[in-house]
Design a protein around this ligand. Structure first.
Ligand SMILES: [Zn+2]
Ligand SMILES: [Zn+2]
Length: 370
């Protein structure tokens, strides 16, 4: 920070912004426990979002390996145990292991917390596609008993012949999953839906509407998805993956992920009041590239691990972008250098064949890279 000439000015401005925000509304409160995609970096863990709707109702969206450790590091053992007792459900968006493996610790530690506090144990509700349960059964059989400590609500169902004939389950890719949860009417949640999105391993997004009228959308992993845009219309908060920077459109397409500008566009089409970007590729070790078009958007922010955001503080997140640019300027320069090297390499491999007469297509491509 000291090396950055702009830091002090930017920080003073941010402090003013903070002072101007009233922090009356605490809930929902969002805690980011992992904002990296497939692999962790030294600074960011894999997917994990912890949401508190009130003092006694909280849930997780995804939990990559190490999510429990993140919780412990952030809140300490006492508070973590209290939070785990209040934990009502975990939503696992899909079967990729970087979104799932942390569940073993969470389920087992939650059980321990109940025992230590001498409270009557209630199994944890796990909302997940069928694809994740064989791993959990295997863990139960070969490592430690855990299947008694949770109850599953499937977000996908194996399609039997009778089901495909008469059942409307998942017909249009949106499931009102709340109506399948026993005791759902006592939750502070009006509606809980999952939406089939464009990503492998039975990927779903989550849409939760609170009883006091707030709409929260978590995309999970996906390419831009029109079904999600329609179902999430007018969301108060959209947490959307933005795995790749805009130079990697083709990689994003191939791996069924979104680029940053695609995620921003999804938020705009959805008319989301706030879009928070996350799930950045591990090539961006501390922060992703933050293009200048973000400066024109007052409602698009970048998340970092260990951020704890109260509801009324959400407008502050986009204002952190100039600070991130100043603090992480060296890292951003490194990523940009790597990008130039990559383009240079690509260009060199094309240039020897780039005679426009001989191969106009290659020549055009090489020209584009220049
Ligand atoms: Zn992922
Ligand atoms: Zn994935």
């Amino acid at each position: 920070m000291k090396e950055s000439p702009d830091f002090e000015t930017l920080f003073a401005k941010f402090r003013k912004d903070v002072a101007a925000v009233s922090v009356e509304e605490t809930f929902p409160r969002l805690t980011i426990l992992g904002s990296s995609s497939a692999t962790p970096t030294k600074f960011r863990n894999m997917s994990g979002y912890f949401v508190e709707l009130s003092d006694d109702f909280c849930f997780f969206v995804d939990c990559g390996e190490g999510t429990y450790g993140q919780l412990l590091a952030l809140f300490g053992p006492q508070r973590t145990a209290e939070l785990l007792i209040k934990l009502k459900f975990i939503f696992l968006s899909h079967g990729h292991q970087d979104h799932v493996i942390g569940i073993f610790d969470l389920v087992l530690e939650r059980r321990k917390a109940f025992l230590a506090a001498e409270k009557t144990f209630t199994p944890l509700r796990v909302l997940a596609p069928t694809i994740v349960f064989p791993t959990m059964n295997m863990y139960d059989m070969s490592i430690e008993k855990m299947t008694d400590y949770f109850e599953a609500t499937l977000t996908t169902r194996p399609r039997t012949q009778e089901e495909t004939a008469g059942d409307l389950w998942d017909k249009d890719g949106v499931i009102d999953v709340g109506s399948y949860i026993p005791g759902f009417e006592s939750w502070p949640v009006k509606q809980l839906r999952v939406v089939t999105v464009h990503h492998p391993r039975q990927a779903k997004a989550l849409i939760l509407e609170t009883t006091d009228g707030k709409k929260l959308v978590f995309s999970g992993d996906t390419k831009p998805c029109n079904r999600l845009i329609a179902a999430g219309k007018d969301a108060d908060l959209l947490v959307h993956e933005a795995t790749f920077c805009d130079e990697f459109t083709r990689d994003a397409e191939k791996k069924s992920h979104s680029t940053m500008s695609q995620a921003v566009e999804v938020g705009e089409k959805m008319n989301a009041k706030m879009t928070l970007l996350t799930h950045f590729s591990a090539r961006y070790k501390k922060v992703p590239l933050m293009p200048t078009y973000l400066d024109a958007k007052a409602n698009v922010g970048i998340v970092m691990d260990n951020m704890v955001v109260r509801w009324s503080e959400l407008p502050l997140i986009p204002r952190l972008i100039p600070l991130f640019r100043a603090i992480y300027s060296n890292e951003i320069d490194d990523v940009k250098t790597q990008l130039s090297k990559r383009n240079f390499k690509k260009m060199n491999s094309l240039v020897p064949n780039a005679d426009p007469e001989q191969s106009p297509k290659i020549a055009k491509k090489a020209q584009r890279l220049v």
